[in-house]
Design a protein around this ligand. Structure first.
Ligand code: PLP
Length: 403
């Protein structure tokens, strides 16, 4: 699925810019791939809320997924409230709400347990501190395992980075608490689009931790597998997961974040000003720092998905240094608030609409009020093509975010 579908013809019901536009049809296309992977492999898929928590579209996601996973008390509550359902625990329609946090505080635990169907602790010390409370409520307990190897090209997102705090790695220590846990969670991939790399790293985990795995009931393999790519060998992945599940006798969970919503959202902006400083410059009514912060953190430019409602995918320029290029800036005063540098079919003018692609994952969850810049509205193109303005933000929201 690519972002082209996210922007179609001009639509009278769209609000003024800036707004995030989510396309339910594009989300469902991703969901169908996930559902197929689950069907072929027997794995269960949980939406990672830290990537995407815009619950206004959960109704179209819920039928395809088995639940949600979380990284905090607020996320586990949101997952329970918006995605969990009241189906009987033993029903196949029951949606699961998994709780995980890098570190829980003691006073959060009772509330976390009131929402969770499983709780995964990050360390053995947290496990020891809280396992009895979970057991008292009959809630299965897991531990995060850190295999000390990963497929991540960014050190900031590498769970196996040196001195990592993300999970336990010492096999003897893990073996000593096996009576307290029914499963483990391993998350060591980040946008990994190579099946071979995934499979090799899983083989490495099996070689080192296999005798632990076979004593468990479930293993979550986390997120970060880019099986949503059109050329990804989905069947091979399914077969690999199925074999893994059979070898160790475990239920496999996947925790797709990015794969769930990849290409399903755009950030639609308007050019407010143009200038020239050795290159063409344009300033839009949004900010990369406030509205697509992840790109700034990873030093990656935004792709253009549409200009003036014409779907046209324009990748940012990497190396060419032509003075004909246009740099699109955000309107915050951060000097480097840059969406990207582009080779455009024609020069931009004030009033042009620019839609930046792939603006759903790690984007809406990180939006902030830096510079007091207007917060983009949240707009949803429903499956039937109708447009819902799900939420608009104003000065009162800005004011209420501080005090
Ligand atoms: C971030 C994260 C995910 C989701 O990762 P994606 O790359 O968005 O698929 C899943 N599980 C855990 C534990 C995570 O930290």
């Amino acid at each position: 699925m690519n972002a082209k579908n996210s922007v179609k013809t001009p639509d009278a019901s769209l609000p003024s810019t800036p707004y995030y536009l989510l396309d339910e049809a594009a989300i469902v296309a991703n969901m169908q791939i996930i559902a197929r992977l689950c069907e072929l492999s027997g794995a269960k898929a949980l939406l990672a809320l830290k990537c995407f928590a815009t619950w206004g579209v959960f109704d179209v996601m819920q039928p395809y997924l088995h639940g949600t996973t979380s990284s905090s008390l607020n996320e586990v509550r949101l997952g329970h409230e918006t995605f969990g359902n009241n189906a009987d625990v033993n029903s196949k329609d029951k949606k699961e709400t998994h709780a995980y946090s890098v570190a829980y505080s003691a006073d959060e635990i009772p509330e976390v347990l009131s929402y969770a169907d499983k709780i995964i602790f990050n360390s053995i010390s947290q496990l020891n501190a809280f396992k009895d409370q979970a057991a008292a409520q009959g809630i299965p307990v897991g531990l995060r395992l850190n295999p000390k190897t990963s497929n991540s090209s960014f050190i900031i997102a590498d769970p196996a980075r040196p001195f990592s705090r993300l999970g336990e790695h010492d096999k003897d220590k893990i073996a000593a608490v096996l009576n307290d846990i029914t499963g483990v969670m391993i998350h060591n991939n980040c946008e990994n689009d190579s099946f071979e790399a995934f499979s090799e790293s899983l083989a490495d985990i099996e070689a080192r931790f296999g005798d632990i795995l076979e004593q468990l009931e479930w293993v979550s393999l986390g997120g970060g597998i880019h099986f949503i790519a059109p050329d990804y060998p989905l069947e091979k992945l399914a077969e690999r997961l199925k074999g893994f599940s059979e070898t160790y006798g475990v239920q496999v969970y996947l925790e797709p974040g990015e794969a769930s919503i990849h290409g399903a959202g755009s950030l639609v902006t308007t050019v407010l000003d143009t200038m020239h400083n050795e290159k063409n410059l344009a300033v839009v009514d949004a900010s990369i720092e406030a509205h697509m912060l992840d790109l700034l953190i990873y030093q990656e430019p935004a792709s253009i998905a549409a200009i003036n409602n014409d779907a046209i995918e324009i990748k940012a320029i990497d190396k060419n240094n032509s003075s004909d290029n246009t740099i699109i800036y955000g309107r915050s005063c951060l000097a480097g608030d840059i969406f990207g540098e582009y080779e455009l079919p024609s020069n931009l003018k004030v009033g042009d609409k620019i839609a930046f692609g792939n603006a759903a994952g790690y984007t809406m969850v990180k939006k902030n009020w830096f510079n007091g810049v207007n917060m983009p509205a949240i707009v949803i193109r429903r499956l039937d093509g109708s447009i819902d303005i799900q939420r608009e933000f104003d000065y009162q929201d800005y004011k209420a975010s501080l005090s």
